[in-house]
Design a protein around this ligand. Structure first.
Ligand SMILES: [Cu+2]
Length: 708
């Protein structure tokens, strides 16, 4: 039953795996990178990581999280996030049901049911997916193992529970699988629930959460054939997203995966994956927070959204020359709808035509109506050895993306501006085609037995998202940007094209490792907001509450550059230290604007002590100030901070592990630059509206796991 993790550890030069090898009920983080592919790192149990798989990304070199809520963690990799990072769940590029990314793909399967999260370090291979301009990561749900060797049956399972004091939160999780060498079935379920979290100055609202998840699957293997069917279901209710104008009422729905692989022998392999998803979502501004007052009365706002999606990924691997050639055909299609309902009190003013006397207005507005996005993509990738010290990866991928949408219905406040916006949109050509060509060339050189060097070049593309194209009137449904601004789409957007360069080294001995990577990306037609030519609006984040511009998605050019590294040293069988540093910068080519929501310079170090089933660690995390902020949306600077965490766990007997710890030991108030601004009314939260959202205060947690 320890097969998967054992493989990861055995081939890993990445040493952290060894420290936690006995606590293998934990999610495995795999960092695929250069000569270290595959490297692995199992995580120490901590309350955040057990709740939210995205939280694990903070431990991956170059990765971070844009956090809009306790379960809403949007992966950031080297300064890029959202649609720029390709995330797959059991091989499916899931589509978010929330147009404001309330349900990023990693929130679909809770950490307790996640087998592994794999991040490709640096330039992602073309075979890892479509739209990998900002990197690629894949999550696999737990599935258990087949019986091996002379064992007839294999029973795997885990029961775990945990409590965290900062939000009075708990989780319970159960997983079980039964298999012989050909058949395997598994089932798993979790429940996580918590209140608004506390920090030194009070409570941050709304940050409560409530999620139930279910996974079920069947797999069959025989003589090189593998067949699998998996279902993962997420049922989240009443979960706060304080950085956004509304909260999650529910996110509900499932993902169906079908997989068939055939190992034909002699190096020939067929892999095929299919998925289908059907999800619905409801969000509102009045269930978990007090609605804003307009004309002396509360303005109620809620939105229903839905997504249906499906896709495939078929690839064939075959020997070619001194390596392997992989060719494949990938594609998917999704349909998105979002309808907003508003109740507000209108009085006669300059914005309202005189046919409306003071009255309550009850409106329904289509934000997105039958949006359809389809992608068809072909790739070829050759990996092989040129000499015994030199290896290479060459890849090419062509992607055709088509987007279209039906007419919208304007039920919003009938200002002449909004009437015109809807009419213009309905009269415009909204059927858009994009053709993207991705290229990757990597060269790896084993300079010495303890030193590998890597150099890589790539051209990566991304077609505009449906929000970037089809937001017909000012809306905050911007895919989770959470900058407090309203955006209007742009039907004339070009696709983004990044030219990427990177150089890395990996030095490793029996006791030490040191692996830095430097990168530079030039992004042609980088999509970000710029002032709309005509639309103005009163807005929370606008300085002095004066009318400020609505933003429109536009193409600009950008530089992104940085260095990330991981390092560690093993003193003896009991003591070790591991750490990492991340730096990323980004700016527009024209003008002096920096890019929005870039992770500040940050680092972490962890000293671990291990002795006969007992493990304890001290972890220090530091973030520097972020003064290089975007000007186009008036991004706030943030100060630097440091956090200390203490963790311990003990394997009392085989498979039974208890863990406990204190996070943010000194209870400092820390504002993470990627955390957004509080959007709740000031009477709801102890954080003033518009201020940065502080991280949780001191947290005592305890966990208990039994695995068999
Ligand atoms: Cu939403």
């Amino acid at each position: 039953m320890k097969t998967k993790l054992s493989i990861a550890i055995a081939t890993a030069l990445s040493l952290p795996a060894i420290a936690y090898a006995d606590t293998e009920q934990l999610t495995t983080i795999v960092v695929e990178g250069s000569s270290r592919r595959p490297g692995a790192m199992a995580m120490a149990p901590d309350s955040s990581g057990l709740k939210d798989t995205a939280a694990l990304l903070e431990k991956v070199p170059g990765a971070n999280i844009n956090r809009n809520g306790p379960l809403t963690g949007i992966p950031q990799y080297r300064g890029m996030s959202g649609n720029r990072v390709n995330v797959t769940v059991d091989g499916a590029n899931m589509k978010e049901v929330g147009p404001n990314s309330m349900d990023p793909s990693l929130s679909h399967v809770p950490a307790a049911l996640t087998e592994s999260l794999t991040v490709y370090r640096g330039i992602a291979p073309v075979s890892s997916g479509i739209d990998t301009i900002g990197g690629s990561m894949k999550m696999e749900s737990k599935k258990g193992s087949f019986a091996e060797g002379d064992k007839k049956y294999e029973f795997d399972g885990a029961l775990s529970t945990g409590y965290s004091s900062v939000d009075s939160g708990y989780y319970v999780a159960g997983f079980s699988s039964i298999a012989n060498e050909n058949h395997k079935i598994h089932i798993g379920a979790t429940k996580e629930e918590g209140n608004d979290y506390k920090y030194a100055d009070g409570t941050v609202r709304p940050t409560e959460y409530d999620r139930q998840a279910l996974i079920v699957g069947y797999e069959y293997q025989n003589k090189g054939h593998e067949f699998g069917f998996n279902f993962t279901d997420n049922n989240t209710i009443n979960t706060g997203t304080p950085a956004l104008p509304m909260d999650i009422g529910y996110v509900d729905g499932g993902l169906y995966n079908l997989e068939y692989n055939w190992d034909m022998g002699n190096g020939y392999q067929l892999e095929s994956k299919f998925f289908y998803q059907d999800m619905s979502h409801y969000m509102s501004n009045n269930a978990l927070r007090t609605p804003m007052m307009v004309n002396g009365k509360p303005m109620f706002m809620d939105t229903n959204t839905a997504v249906k999606g499906g896709g495939w990924d078929i690839a064939m691997t075959m020997p070619m020359g001194s390596g392997d050639l992989k060719v494949g055909f990938t594609g998917d299609k999704s349909n998105h709808d979002a309808d907003m309902h508003m109740v507000m009190w209108m009085v006669d003013n300059v914005n309202v035509p005189p046919m409306f006397p003071p009255h309550e207005m009850n409106t329904n507005t289509t934000i997105f109506n039958a949006v359809e996005r389809s992608r068809y993509s072909f790739f070829g990738e050759w990996k092989g050895d040129l000499t015994d010290k030199l290896s290479t990866e060459l890849g090419i991928r062509y992607t055709y993306t088509n987007s279209n949408t039906a007419d919208v219905v304007n039920g919003m406040v009938m200002t002449p501006m909004m009437v015109m916006a809807a009419n213009n949109f309905n009269n415009a050509n909204r059927d858009k085609d994009f053709h993207g060509v991705d290229l990757v060339a990597m060269l790896r050189y084993a300079a010495r037995t303890d030193l590998d060097l890597e150099i890589g070049f790539a051209r990566k593309t991304r077609a505009p998202s449906y929000q970037e194209l089809y937001l017909w009137g000012p809306s905050e449904a911007s895919g989770g940007l959470a900058d407090g601004r309203t955006y209007v789409g742009n039907l004339d957007l070009n696709l983004e094209t990044a030219y990427q360069f990177e150089f890395g080294m990996d030095w490793h001995t029996d006791n030490a490792y040191f692996a830095p990577r430097a990168f530079y990306h030039y992004v042609d037609d980088y999509i970000q907001g710029s002032e709309h030519a005509t639309m103005k609006r009163n807005q929370l984040r606008c300085p002095t509450m004066a009318p400020c511009p609505v933003l429109q998605f536009n193409n600009t050019d950008a530089h992104i550059y940085g260095v990330d590294l991981e390092t560690g040293y093993v003193f003896d069988e009991h003591w070790r230290i591991d750490g990492g540093l991340n730096y990323v910068g980004g700016r527009q080519v024209d003008g002096d604007g920096y890019l929005y929501r870039m992770a500040p310079f940050n680092g972490r170090a962890q000293i671990t002590f291990e002795h006969s089933g007992f493990m304890a660690s001290v972890e220090g995390i530091g973030y520097s100030a972020q003064n290089k902020v975007a000007t186009y949306n008036n991004e706030d600077k943030t100060a630097g901070y440091g956090v200390m965490n203490l963790r311990a766990n003990y394997e009392a007997f085989d498979g039974f592990v208890v863990g406990a710890g204190i996070e943010n030991v000194v209870d400092s108030i820390n504002e993470n630059h990627l955390g957004g601004y509080s959007r709740a009314m000031s009477m709801d939260s102890d954080v003033a509206q518009g201020d940065r959202i502080p991280l949780p205060g001191r947290n005592y947690y305890a966990t208990m796991t039994y695995q068999w």
